[in-house]
Design a protein around this ligand. Structure first.
Ligand SMILES: Cc1cc2nc3c(=O)[nH]c(=O)nc-3n(C[C@H](O)[C@H](O)[C@H](O)COP(=O)(O)OP(=O)(O)OC[C@H]3O[C@@H](n4cnc5c(N)ncnc54)[C@H](O)[C@@H]3O)c2cc1C
Length: 282
């Protein structure tokens, strides 16, 4: 675990509730112009303060190694009671003129430090950020028509993928959200992307919706799926086994696990799927 990942402070500039359960938080930092690239689906980890801390404690930076080649060792060296909570997020957008990066926090309740922080975030608050890094960039397979499927946590990434679609490529989106109030504008118009909202309060689920999509998926030759891990695995299986998409054309990623936090160890199933992903990528 010795990747070259940048570790920086980021300061909140503004917070907007874009839906009842989504806080869009603007962050700035002197390092952002050099860190953020013009590519979709930039992922990073935010370091959040423990109870009683105003700002999180970040892994030590060394003058000769300012970007923390060994950040993870330094992170683990922080005593556990003071070690920041670290959670994965997506850069929804970056306004180079204002030097402000927007991150959408899903407010899924007060059971997680990131959701709690997002619900109370205000201008001036400071977090740590690890990444983003092009080491983790996973380019979408070239497609004539791509399926983008996910829950609320995947919507920021889906939006950036839609924005980056090459001219002539089509897209169909399946997005599972809590209810109709969680729907939001997606940059779909430019590509005539077809968007299907799936509402949990009406008994809908992403898995059922995609499995039952029928002709809505005609012509789909690649897919990008993210969200709750078991739903993602189910859909990946469906796309490869039932819809006969080559494995290499299905990009999938479990973003969160039901009843488990991001600090919990991987389950046997997580490890098996990680091995399969690695095999697919090689
Ligand atoms: C590459 C990547 C990019 C991501 N991008 C984003 C993003 O842009 N915005 C975003 O909001 N999330 C994003 N996520 C998901 C986010 O990291 C997880 O939801 C994370 O668990 C939230 O941390 P937490 O501290 O709120 O909850 P945790 O402490 O991790 O979990 C506490 C409890 O909450 C449950 N839980 C966690 N997330 C959810 C959820 N969404 N709905 C319902 N229950 C949940 C867990 O099962 C657990 O029981 C991303 C994840 C990955 C891997």
């Amino acid at each position: 675990m010795g990747q070259a990942l940048p570790v920086t402070w980021v300061r909140v500039t503004d917070v907007e509730r874009i839906t009842p359960r989504t806080a869009r938080v603007g962050f700035t930092a002197d390092e952002l112009p050099a860190l953020l690239e013009d590519r979709p689906d930039q992922q990073m980890k935010l370091c959040l303060p423990r109870a009683g801390q105003r700002t999180p404690r970040l892994p030590e930076r060394h003058a000769e190694d300012p970007y923390g080649m060994r950040w993870y060792e330094a992170f683990l060296a922080i005593p556990e009671a003071e070690r920041p909570w670290m959670r994965s997020f997506t850069v929804r957008s970056y306004d180079r003129q204002r030097n402000v990066m927007a991150v959408d926090f899903v407010l899924h309740g007060d059971g997680g430090p990131a959701a709690r922080w997002g619900a109370a975030a205000k201008a001036g608050d400071v977090l740590g950020m690890v990444g983003p890094s092009s080491l983790y960039a996973r380019p979408l397979p070239a497609a004539r028509r791509v399926l983008l499927a996910g829950d609320e946590t995947a919507l920021p990434a889906i939006a950036t993928v839609l924005e980056a679609l090459p001219a002539g490529a089509g897209a169909v989106v399946f997005a599972e959200v809590a209810d109709a109030a969680e729907e939001r504008e997606l940059p779909s118009a430019a590509h005539g992307a077809e968007v299907h909202w799936v509402h949990r309060d009406r008994g809908g689920s992403l898995v059922q919706a995609v499995r039952g999509a029928g002709a809505a998926l005609d012509g789909v030759d690649a897919a990008w799926v993210a969200g709750e891990a078991s739903a993602v695995r189910d859909l990946r299986r469906h796309l490869v086994e039932d819809r006969q998409l080559p494995k290499s054309t299905v990009e999938f990623s479990g973003y969160w696990r039901r009843a488990l936090t991001q600090d919990d160890a991987p389950t046997k199933e997580d490890l098996a799927w990680a091995a399969e992903r690695a095999a697919d990528a090689s």
